[in-house]
Design a protein around this ligand. Structure first.
Ligand code: NAP
Length: 243
């Protein structure tokens, strides 16, 4: 069988970087996209893949990214994240706009642009990294939970719209993962970010990447629809056991 190509958005850090390593380790040719090319290039070199500038919030950037990809079997919609933790009465529109632009419209833009190539591959697979925040709500989280709910709804709709096409769709739904996620959410406040993971063992980016690679390496007739993965010490977004 010829080498299959996996495109990973937000591959410059965290879950995306780990997914790129895991998929390359499973035999995929990896195509990496993110805004920080200085981080993508050495990773692409190490994995014998390719790196391209990608800002999922910019339609032109998505277009030029996709034009550089001759074929695509697997798309991992991973670029995203959270900004802020304000109650609705305090909500800032800039944070909301960032979260909706990146998680929701970003996933829409990249998926829409790559769908023809995914289907033409004869065995396409869209893997979208949403979150347990896409399936529950918590105080202060409305900007992020609403964006992740919308991203999940978009993904699930595609599963139905493309029934009958050679296209698989897997939603990976992580709980707490220790990456730069909280640091970015709290604008570089390291102390506040560290508190999120205090007293429990969170998932690592590699734990989630294992799940992504597992889903991507099932036979073509097997569709893992939704996979939720959490640390043992976490039940809900805000219900965790801390030592
Ligand atoms: P991270 O370490 O902050 O990584 C985020 C990635 O997204 C980076 O590679 C970043 O790359 C990329 N990104 C951000 N904005 C982008 C844009 N406009 N265009 C292209 N790429 C962009 O966070 P992470 O934890 O790995 O998050 C990855 C995904 O997992 C996100 O969708 C997040 O919502 C989801 N998730 C995370 C957790 C968690 O607890 N960590 C839990 C559930 C779900 P550049 O900055 O280089 O562009």
């Amino acid at each position: 069988m010829s080498t299959r190509t996996a495109v990973i958005t937000g591959a410059s850090a965290g879950i995306g970087e780990a997914a790129a390593r895991a998929l390359a380790g499973s035999g995929f040719h990896v195509v990496l996209g993110a805004r920080r090319l200085d981080r993508l290039r050495p990773l692409a070199e190490e994995l014998s893949g390719t790196a391209h500038l990608l800002d999922v919030t910019d339609a032109e950037s998505v277009e030029s990214f996709v034009q550089q990809i001759p074929e695509c079997h697997v798309l991992v919609n991973n670029a995203g994240g959270a900004r802020g933790l304000e109650r609705v009465e305090e909500a800032g529109e800039d944070n909301w706009r960032w979260m909706w632009q990146t998680n929701v419209l970003g996933t829409l833009r990249v998926t829409k642009a790559l769908l023809p190539k995914l289907i033409a591959s004869g065995d396409g697979h869209v893997i979208t990294v949403t979150s347990i925040a896409g399936h529950e709500v918590y105080d202060g989280g409305a900007g992020y939970t609403s964006a992740k709910h919308a991203q999940s709804a978009l993904h699930q709709t595609l599963r139905s719209e493309h029934l009958g096409d050679p296209l698989r769709l897997t939603e990976v739904i992580p709980g707490m993962v220790e990456t730069d996620f909280s640091l970015n959410r709290f604008e570089g406040d390291t102390e506040r970010a560290a508190q999120v993971y205090q007293g429990l063992q969170p998932l690592t980016a590699e734990d989630v990447a294992d799940v992504i690679a597992f889903a991507a390496t099932r036979p073509p007739h097997v569709n893992l629809d939704q996979i939720t993965v959490k640390p043992r010490a976490q039940h809900h977004g805000s219900r965790v056991h801390r030592e």
